[in-house]
Design a protein. Structure first.
Length: 388
């Protein structure tokens, strides 16, 4: 019962339901108040985003050098290219499938106009999202180059601080933000028509997860010269645990136990690769996010982002995925900045993106965790002793 009460996905679902009901039965005065609350919460989230980027990316870079070796660089590279590869596959699928899903743009189908804000309080962020990204990369690299232990500790503590802000402030207000967003969408009279679309999208994404896992495990079997099922067949408990926790970090003990049961993996490679993959390899989450942002863009703004824009988003998203924390919603939270700056999403787009991502986050996490086994298999083929 306590787990149900603390479940983010249940809170978000409740927020969606409450928002839809409020939007359907509210008059102009009530929806004006709801829209004002939505604006304030959106401002607060926007303020935190650059700090999240700095707090997640910079310490991640500094911690990578602690085990500076060929194996570390290889695993980081594998994680990045797996995420980008999954994202590119998802992007191609998006351009192929979204146009035939019969999505009606909300802008074309709205029946009512949202009233103006009752009052407006702006909370400007301390810096732009791109400034935060470049600053995080430069500071992280400079700390590695100068071997500045004191500043490294400061960055790690700042990362912990931002994780606490996300956990104790941003995550708790998300259900309210989602509820206000869906209330305004429901008031406009368009969101109900889009639910069948999201059902189809989630099924498409799940199929994409299994396709990408097949690719990874096939490559892993080739590099490690073994039957990939010798690893994959042990990952059932880890997959189910990830579905339940929505967290790669929380699933790590189970994932380690599963990987160590495989006779084709060295234990020292498992002890290195699986924990590192839990924090750097988020292929399922990235695949999901790419397809979802394209769908949300079509629904809210009437078109899918251009190929060049999406390609830039994919390249940057791979970086954010490597630095994102292995907690529920970590990938999308870390990448809100580029969703806003590169894709041009407004508060409504961000809220809708957060909601639909959270509704399937458990399956994206399960894909991440299971994919770690494939990357560890590749690592074992390159550096391990057990090769068939």
């Amino acid at each position: 019962m306590e787990k149900l009460k603390d479940s983010l996905i249940l809170k978000l679902i409740l927020g969606v339901i409450v928002g839809l009901i409020v939007g359907l039965y509210s008059n102009e005065t009530v929806i004006g108040l709801v829209n004002t609350v939505k604006f304030l919460l959106g401002q607060l989230i926007s303020f935190v985003v650059p700090l999240i980027i700095l707090g997640f990316i910079a310490p991640a870079i500094t911690q990578m050098k602690s085990n500076a070796s060929k194996m570390l660089g290889t695993m980081i590279g594998l994680s990045y290219f797996s995420s980008v590869g999954a994202a590119v596959m998802s992007m191609i699928a998006g351009y192929s499938l979204i146009p035939i899903l019969n999505i009606v743009s909300a802008a074309d189908d709205a029946k009512k106009v949202i009233p103006e804000l009752i009052f407006k309080v702006e909370i400007p962020p301390t810096m732009s999202v791109m400034t935060a990204l470049i600053l995080a990369i430069f500071i992280g690299l400079a700390v590695v180059w100068t071997n500045s232990k004191n500043f490294e500790n400061v960055l790690v503590e700042f990362g912990d601080i931002m994780l606490a802000i996300v956990s104790r402030i941003v995550i708790p207000i998300l259900p309210v933000f989602v509820a206000t967003t869906f209330a305004t969408l429901s008031y406009e009279g368009v969101i109900i028509k889009q639910f069948p679309v999201f059902a189809k999208v989630i099924v498409i994404v799940l199929i994409g997860h299994f396709i990408w896992l097949t690719v990874l495990y096939t490559l892993g079997g080739i590099v490690n010269k073994c039957n990939p099922m010798d690893v994959l067949k042990h990952y059932g408990p880890a997959y189910l645990t990830a579905v339940g926790t929505m967290s790669s970090a929380a699933t790590l003990p189970v994932a380690l136990k599963c990987a160590k049961q495989s006779p084709v993996l060295d234990e020292d490679i498992v002890n290195f690769g699986v924990p590192l993959g839990a924090t750097t390899h988020l292929c399922g989450s990235v695949l999901t996010e790419v397809f979802f942002v394209m769908t949300v863009s079509k629904i809210l703004y009437g078109s899918i982002p251009s190929f060049g824009t999406m390609l830039l988003f994919v390249v940057l998203l791979g970086i954010f995925a490597v630095g994102a924390p292995g907690v529920p919603g970590g990938t999308v939270m870390a990448s809100i900045g580029i969703i806003i700056s590169v894709l041009g999403f407004d508060d409504t787009g961000v809220a809708l993106m957060l909601t639909v991502f959270a509704l399937q986050d458990s399956f994206g996490t399960a894909c991440n965790v299971t994919g770690d086994g494939a990357l560890t298999m590749i690592l074992n083929g390159l550096f391990g002793k057990k090769r068939n």
